[in-house]
Design a protein around this ligand. Structure first.
Ligand SMILES: [Zn+2]
Length: 95
């Protein structure tokens, strides 16, 4: 997290805050202190909760492991998703 990103985020939320809203929390990023009102603190928390890593391709239906960009489970090697289900169906039909 860079101070520039936090500064821009606070500036985006600030116009919707009540005038003179009290500071309820502070965050320090890159040595810069940001005073957060209840609205900005709530908005920052919500933004953090909504974040999804660009490499997050979901979880394996078999073991719950992390899927790579090819939807292959890093833990058990299973290919997940519709493609994986299709392969599993094909293999089952060959038995
Ligand atoms: Zn797995």
């Amino acid at each position: 997290m860079t101070a520039d990103a936090v500064r821009a985020f606070v500036a985006r939320v600030a116009p919707f805050d009540d005038l003179g809203a009290p500071v309820v929390s502070t965050v320090v990023v890159d040595g810069e202190r940001f005073a957060l009102t209840a609205r900005t603190a709530r908005a920052l928390a919500e933004a953090l909760h909504r974040y999804t890593d660009p490499e997050d391709n979901g979880r394996c239906a078999g073991c719950g492991g992390v899927l790579d960009r090819h939807l292959r489970c890093r833990s058990c090697g299973r290919i997940d998703g519709i493609f994986g289900a299709t392969i599993a169906d094909r293999l089952a039909a060959e038995d």
